[in-house]
Design a binder for this molecule. Structure first.
Ligand code: ADP
Ligand code: MG
Length: 352
């Protein structure tokens, strides 16, 4: 178990700056998720932590000691890849024992069997990977990553190849196992739900940099940038560009000259049908179980409204009026930064 620090880490490829100045401290035993779109530098960051890639600049510290020059096999880091990467010609037991092959561990097999029990594959140890389901292979890969009792567990999109039900089970399982072992864990994912349900803290990354870090709630309710507001939340936030005569902005410094070029964000569940407000024509209705998503056309563009009803309230082409509370809106400047304290309200529209 270890405290992990990244200090101004950069990784430049010939074609791209994959990681561009990452500063991050992870406490002993913490479970952190690095969340971001494909290509933002998540895997590159993991490979630098594991010792496969050298950073172009910056320092990596485990428990306060610099490990930049420590070879991968001496860092004692366990990794689970998206593809599991099990050895096809070996049994499950041999796969789990593989990381111990160069170590003089007298009880290697006992340890492997204990780990197999922890991840609940104790009955499957004679099988080859081809005789195991995706979920079972995932558990074997997890046992193999943990058998050396690593300082740090790295999980690179570990659930992407599983079907939806199994993904739910494995989310909870991975949490149970890492909690039981108390191992410091970094999960890398592009899936916001995976990050927010599993991690104590979510690091939202974009183009090689950290956009924002915090709890799931921080990122959802208090995004500091347009990127975070747009990336977190499903269905996604409504974004309205520029100043509109129907909307009254407030809280924007008068001298800033920002009024005309802002982007306004309103989450779909914050829009409500009302007896006065913005005229809207229903264009699409999507029942989603407990909730219904309704897409409408308005003078400020198409908007998504999410209502906590199982039975749709509206029909296609129906005319409704929409409203929202000013405090539920967000305003972003041209650089994508949220303007603190700024919000927007709907002006009364004559004749509506
Ligand atoms: P993610 O895991 O977030 O999808 P990656 O860390 O794999 O992103 O990649 C970040 C960027 O670095 C991408 O632009 C990718 O094309 C580039 N990259 C990753 N690995 C290499 C490599 N071995 N050689 C050159 N470019 C790479
Ligand atoms: Mg990746």
């Amino acid at each position: 178990m270890a405290t992990v620090e990244l200090k101004n880490i950069r990784k430049a490829w010939a074609t791209a700056m994959a990681v561009d100045g990452l500063d991050l401290t992870i406490s002993d035993g913490e479970f952190v998720a690095i969340l971001g779109p494909s290509g933002c530098g998540k895997s590159t960051t993991l490979f630098m932590l594991s010792g496969v890639y050298l950073p172009t600049s910056g320092d990596i510290l485990f428990d306060g000691s610099r490990v930049n020059d420590v070879e991968a096999r001496h860092r004692n880091v366990g990794i689970v890849f998206q593809s599991y990467a099990l050895y096809p010609h070996m049994s499950a037991l041999q796969n789990i024992m593989f990381p111990l092959r160069f170590q003089k561990v007298p009880d290697a097999e006992t340890r492997a069997r204990e780990m197999a029990d922890l991840v609940q594959v104790g009955e499957l140890l004679d099988r080859r990977p081809s005789e195991l389901s995706g979920g079972q292979q995932q558990r074997i890969a997890l046992a193999r990553a943990l058998v050396k009792r690593p300082n740090l567990l790295l999980l690179d999109e570990p659930l992407s190849n599983l079907d939806a039900t199994l993904r739910l089970t494995m989310r909870a399982e991975i949490r149970r196992i890492t909690h039981e072992l108390g191992v410091t864990t970094i999960l890398v994912t592009h899936d916001q739900l995976e990050a927010t349900t599993m991690a104590d803290r979510v690091i939202c990354m974009n183009a090689g940099r950290i956009e924002q870090e915090g709890s799931a709630e921080d990122l959802y309710l208090r995004p500091r940038t347009l990127f975070v507001a747009g990336f977190i939340g499903s269905p996604p936030i409504n974004l309205i560009e520029g100043k509109r005569p129907e909307l009254k902005l407030s809280g924007i410094p008068v001298q800033s000259g920002l009024e005309d070029s802002v982007t306004i964000g309103i989450r779909p569940e914050m829009l409500k049908a009302a007896d006065h407000g913005l005229p809207a024509t229903v264009s699409y209705v999507e029942p989603m179980g407990r909730e219904t998503l309704t897409t409408v056309d308005t003078v400020i563009g198409p908007l998504r409204m999410l209502e906590a009803v199982a039975v749709p309230r509206w029909r296609r082409d129906e005319q409704i009026l929409l409203n929202f509370d000013a405090e539920d809106s967000m305003v972003f400047d041209t650089s994508g930064k949220r303007i603190d304290g700024a919000n927007v309200r709907l002006l009364e529209i004559p004749g509506a």
